[in-house]
Ligand binder design. Structure first.
Ligand code: FAD
Ligand code: DLZ
Ligand code: SF4
Length: 521
């Protein structure tokens, strides 16, 4: 090892061998620094499985790097003198290694990036901040695309990304199959026994077992079931999970993307977000595999295009959106929503069968699939007017794949309309009908989805109209939703009053979450 090496900090969501800070680096001249720190584990009280996932994946990655000949300085959470923060640990590492420079890849999250940007003032050695080229759209490219647009329409961004990556494009620059988007074929309700093939589960090894014990000791008051812990924590395991998706589930991924079945937590989804987000899987590689499945005749175009759109469309779009609108996005509250998150989001104790099932899955697996997050949990928060800060904390804390850059645009923009319509042209508000159409939840529910008002009515029904009525002024001029008010007005005063009174009774019954669930008090 050279006398004044380059120090390369690698964060918990940068676990990729092709990370920009490792490109072309000499192993004899590099000390890689990895840090388990209290600040990151508790800025919200993450689900226990999320902490196990990150710490275990970090420890495995460090081992992999050492096996490949790198020098890794790994700081464990319980190591003596651990300062609890990235900046504190970099300061201590500078004392240990006396580096001539630090090469670090930009952080995924605003909070961490702000801290890194203070390093040049704090530390005497040179700091080189590198762009994270694992994403397919650089910040500059997103800015160039977004500047001057009235509406940042995801579909238009997605088409640009298709052209730029060449994914699902013909040689003469046209979308394969003739259309850009096959979403219309991807809205099958669940019918009959769908029987999705099981997702691979991974038995904890000694490294993971040690982390599980640590989490049990140090984070026992965090939300969520700790065991069984079955997420992939290495690239090899993540590849097995991806192989199974491309072999067994992608075919039906498209048609049943929006379907929900009680107790079926994975459906035909890839379950790869945890591995993609911490760096074990490469998003472009996954899209290329999906396209290959189409070319080989193993998966239909609507499934493959749907999958690719989620990744080079939505995933890249929300990342660009986050950096474009931060830090204001964090405090945006266009609809002035002030109600605290109900306690049942943490306990799962509600008679609403759809919400209870989504919260159970969240508690048991640190996961719920997209349409559960959007149209059940998110829809409830929107209709009930839950404070965006509470909702952000909840989504950030409870999902193993949650990082603020992806969580916040989805929460503020997609579900709550808190950004004032920068992401979505209208609020994704829906009554119980939508959930009934796309799931089997309502059959076994104590509430009646067909009933509109009164004690036995599905709460989504009156809450829907209460939402529309209280935001009428803002929404009426929106051509995508404005017509709904003609239906409301045709109902007549008595029916309207019934709706509003039923909704008020539901809202009054929501016990607020006790403090301490999402953050240490
Ligand atoms: P699949 O359904 O198999 O989709 C494939 C991949 O597409 C995902 O792995 C993911 O990388 C990407 N993707 C799909 N939808 C989105 C989206 N809306 N935004 C960004 N990427 C997307 N995803 C996260 O990774 N982290 C989050 O913190 C997160 N928070 C969310 C909060 C809300 C309110 C909503 C509505 C969605 C959120 N999502 C988040 C998006 C989506 O729900 C998850 O990516 C998905 O459920 C992960 O499961 P999967 O890998 O089986 O996804
Ligand atoms: C999510 C998380 C947790 C729980 N703990 C750590 C940690 O101790 N060390 C670390 O490097 N990363 C952790 N992470 C992931 C970070 O929060 C993530 O890398 C940053 O948000 C990037 O901006
Ligand atoms: Fe959910 Fe309403 Fe259906 Fe019950 S009736 S499962 S509350 S949508």
């Amino acid at each position: 090892m050279s006398a004044n090496p380059i120090l390369v900090p690698i964060l918990g969501d940068q676990l990729s061998r092709n990370l920009a800070s490792l490109h072309g680096r000499s192993k004899d001249d590099t000390v890689i620094l990895m840090m388990e720190v209290w600040d990151e584990a508790t800025y919200v009280k993450h689900h226990k499985q999320k902490i196990v996932l990150i710490f275990s994946a970090m420890r495995h990655f460090a081992q992999e790097l050492r096996d490949a000949g790198w020098t890794v300085d790994y700081v464990k959470l319980t190591d003596e003198g651990n300062s609890g923060s990235f900046t504190g640990e970099v300061a201590r590492a500078i004392e240990r290694h006396d580096p001539r420079a630090i090469h670090v890849v930009e952080a995924g999250e605003w909070r961490v990036q702000q801290a890194i940007e203070e390093w040049p003032d704090k530390f005497a050695c040179a700091i080189e901040l590198l762009p994270d080229d694992r994403y397919l759209c650089a910040h500059r490219q997103f800015r160039e695309w977004a500047d001057g647009r009235k509406q940042l329409t995801m579909e238009l961004f997605y088409r640009e990304m298709r052209k730029r990556t060449g994914l699902l494009m013909t040689d003469d620059g046209k979308p394969k199959g003739g259309d850009w988007n096959y979403d219309k074929d991807n809205r099958e309700p669940p019918q009959g026994n769908l029987d999705p093939p099981p997702v691979p589960k991974f038995e904890p090894d000694d490294i993971t077992r040690e982390v599980i014990e640590l989490v049990e000791r140090k984070f026992s008051d965090h939300f969520g079931r700790l065991e069984p812990f079955e997420w992939p924590v290495t690239r090899d395991e993540a590849q097995i999970a991806a192989d199974a998706f491309f072999a067994e589930r992608i075919e039906k991924f498209g048609p049943y993307q929006d379907a929900m079945v009680h107790g079926q937590d994975d459906m035909f989804h890839s379950m790869l977000s945890t591995s993609i987000n911490c760096g074990l899987l490469d998003p472009l590689e996954l899209c290329q595999r999906a396209e290959q499945a189409y070319e080989d005749g193993r998966a239909p175009l609507n499934s493959v295009e749907g999958f690719i759109r989620q990744i080079i469309g939505w995933r890249e779009y929300v990342r660009g959106f986050y950096w474009y609108f931060m830090p204001d996005l964090e405090t945006a509250n266009e609809l002035d929503a002030k109600r605290p998150l109900p306690e049942f989001f943490w306990t799962g104790e509600t008679d609403m069968r759809c919400l209870a099932d989504c919260i159970r899955s969240t508690h048991e697996n640190a996961h719920a699939h997209h349409i559960q997050r959007l149209m059940v949990l998110g829809n409830f928060c929107l209709l009930a007017g839950i404070d965006p800060c509470d909702v952000q904390d909840w989504y950030l804390a409870v999902y193993a794949d949650a990082f603020q850059w992806v969580e916040l645009p989805n929460v503020s923009g997609m579900i709550l309309y808190a950004d004032g319509g920068k992401l979505a042209t209208k609020p994704y508000a829906a009554s119980g009908n939508y959930i009934n159409k796309m799931s089997d939840y309502c059959k076994g529910c104590r509430y009646k989805v067909s009933q509109k008002t009164g004690k036995d009515a599905c709460p989504f029904n009156p809450l829907y109209w209460h939402f529309m009525d209280r935001h009428r002024e803002r929404l009426e001029s929106n051509h995508r939703i404005g017509r709904i008010f003609a239906t409301w007005d045709r109902m007549g005063a008595e029916k309207k009053r019934d709706y509003l009174e039923s909704a008020e009774a539901i809202l009054d019954s929501l016990a607020p979450a006790r403090p301490g669930w999402a953050r240490n008090t």
